[in-house]
Design a binder for this molecule. Structure first.
Ligand code: SF4
Length: 211
């Protein structure tokens, strides 16, 4: 193993232990393929599935695999109008399984997410029967404080660059804690405990995923 792989394996194992102590179901896997196979086994075939925008979920091919096996989806990208998209976004809050990643995960088992509209963090808090988070070792930081810093000062500016928005971080690569209308940091959520044990499942891969 390379030094980076040794670090990732060790920190993932520690983070899984910390997540379990907070009543999350947590799993350590080596590869994207293992993450895909595990996630498929955790989603009943009759479940209605929805998801928040996530490069990590996209990179393991989970949505394609679910579509291929005939899974029922609530997919706002299929909306025919802004009103339809809003309706689907609201319906997604009551789906069976919600897929997402995290902007950062502290090795102490805390999960940090930043959101503009808030639909993704809303689903994480309450609504879907289960939430499956897929994240690479690159998302793991030392603790909750460093997780917030990663989410705010790295993940959010990179995320802003994906969209047609006018935020200062998109222009400069640095967060200036803006209040602009396009701000994607309206909500900062720290999930420090899974109140209904096992509702939130976290799959951590040794490979880096997303950003
Ligand atoms: S500049 Fe605004 S949108 Fe960009 S990361 Fe900072 S608070 Fe978020």
């Amino acid at each position: 193993m390379t030094p980076v792989e040794i670090r990732n394996k060790n920190i993932i194992n520690e983070t899984v232990k910390a997540l379990k102590s907070r009543h999350f179901d947590a799993y350590a896997v080596d590869t994207k393929e293992e993450a895909l196979s595990l996630a498929l086994s955790l989603i009943p075939k009759e479940d209605v599935v929805s998801f928040g925008g996530s490069a990590s979920v996209d990179s393991v091919g989970l949505k394609e695999a679910l579509y291929a096996r005939g899974q029922k989806f609530i997919d706002r990208s299929a909306a025919k109008s802004p009103e339809d998209a809003e309706r689907l976004q609201r319906e997604a809050l009551l789906c069976d399984t919600y897929l997402m990643s995290a902007n950062a995960i502290g090795a102490d088992g805390t999960i940090v997410n930043i959101d503009g509209n808030g639909n993704r963090v809303a689903a994480l808090c309450y609504g879907p029967k289960q939430v499956i988070i897929i994240a690479g070792a690159n998302k793991i930081t030392h603790d909750v404080k460093s997780a917030i810093e990663r989410a705010k000062y790295y993940a959010a500016p990179v995320n802003a660059a994906r969209f047609d928005i006018g935020t200062p971080c998109k222009e400069k690569g640095l967060c200036n804690v803006c209040k602009c209308p396009d701000c994607i940091c309206a909500q900062i959520l720290i999930t420090r405990l899974c109140r209904r044990a096992g509702r939130i499942k976290v799959i951590l891969t040794k490979e880096s995923l997303g950003f």
